[in-house]
Design a protein around this ligand. Sequence first.
Ligand code: MG
Length: 248
Amino acid sequence: MIVLKSPQELAVMRQAGRIVAQARRLIIEAVRPGVTTAELDALAEDSIRRSGATPAFKGYHGFPASICASVDDQVVHGFPGPRRLREGEIVAIDLGAVYRGYVGDGAVTVPVGEVPGEVLRLLEATREALAEGITRAVAGNHLSDISHAVQEYVESRGFSVVRDFVGHGIGQKMHEEPQIPNFGPPGRGPLLKEGMTLAIEPMVNLGGYEVFIEPNGWTVRTRDGKPSAHFEETVAVTAAGPQILTAE
Ligand code: MG
């Protein structure tokens, strides 16, 4: 069942989303060669808690940290740790906050210093694919219109969309129905309605779309070892069109 949110609930979710966006900005500003992903995690947790929220990821099915930090060929669900980021890498940061019982969820992929041109193009294509998907989050569209728009954009730029992990509905739980694939034909799935809240999150690979899970049971990597990017926003379907809740 897809849970529709009232305008009052959307107002709280906007606050949760703002808290995520503020922490995300702090992390973007802190990424540089030499910083550890554990330091980025501490920065995010501190920012979220100072805003009166709690980190949504910490302890979620046993996840050990407040952010996921996925470097280069790690796709999602990387564990923060003592490893220092190096010039030329990319780091995908995913974070969530719970505020007054509602969850915001967002992600960004950040270059560490200077990175190769094709990797910058990967980041840009993923960000743009997300933006394309968001434009389809309109009442009366089908859910897969979002999926299709993301896939079409990504593949037009020569990259590939991860199949094994998808976006999701969000609200009082971090993962609600529906699942939101980043691929597939348009015109399928449930009709979008006002009050739906969706975490749209393309995961895009420079090479092939195949992935595998590391022995820690969490961290997803590309099969071919090439880099992967991840961007995510929490979006509400409203009478005024799609509204990004993870915004400052
Ligand atoms: Mg998510």
